[in-house]
Design a protein around this ligand. Structure first.
Ligand code: FE2
Length: 161
């Protein structure tokens, strides 16, 4: 069963939300690749793409966390490193396995990816949302403060003597 993006998953930042949508697409692509006739090389390619994209996404997410002064940056970064290591391990195990062992790994990987994604977005990343919203509100207030206000209607700005 494929996963669908829902508004409740939004962390309030278009870049990270876009990344999460793409991660969902990649996991759904993995699901598609394991339904029907099994092609291990194709599955490994999909997995490799997922591992690479996850690394890029984590870097972007960590950059945002620094920008919004997320207080749990260090522990979140550690989580990222652990997950990436696990994903790389899964990929290596899978590509080095053969025959029935490789076949039997597919369902396990699928469950791992879904559990990880739900945990990553719903339980972990959503904690960043209040900090992202605060930064956006501060930026909006700053922009309002910097913009010169227009003179009142019907009145000319005072002339210097
Ligand atoms: Fe994320």
């Amino acid at each position: 069963m494929s996963i669908e993006w829902r508004n409740v998953m939004s962390v309030g930042d278009p870049t990270v939300d876009g990344d999460h949508k793409h991660l969902i697409d990649l996991i759904n692509a993995f699901e598609t690749s394991i339904s029907g006739e099994i092609d291990h090389r194709k599955i490994a390619r999909v997995l490799l793409g997922l591992v690479q994209y996850t690394g890029e996404h984590f870097a972007r997410e960590e950059e945002l966390q620094l920008k919004v002064r997320y207080p749990y940056y260090e522990s979140h970064r550690k989580q990222h490193r652990d997950v990436l290591r696990q994903l790389q391990h899964v990929l290596t195990e899978y590509t080095e396995a053969h025959g029935v062992v490789q076949d039997s790994m597919i369902r396990e990987i699928s469950r791992f990816l879904k559990d990880w994604l739900v945990g990553h977005i719903i339980e972990s990343d959503l904690r960043m949302k209040p900090y992202i919203e605060k930064m956006r509100a501060e930026q909006a207030a700053f922009r309002r403060g910097r913009r010169p206000s227009p003179p009142p209607l019907g009145l000319k700005p005072p002339q210097s003597l």
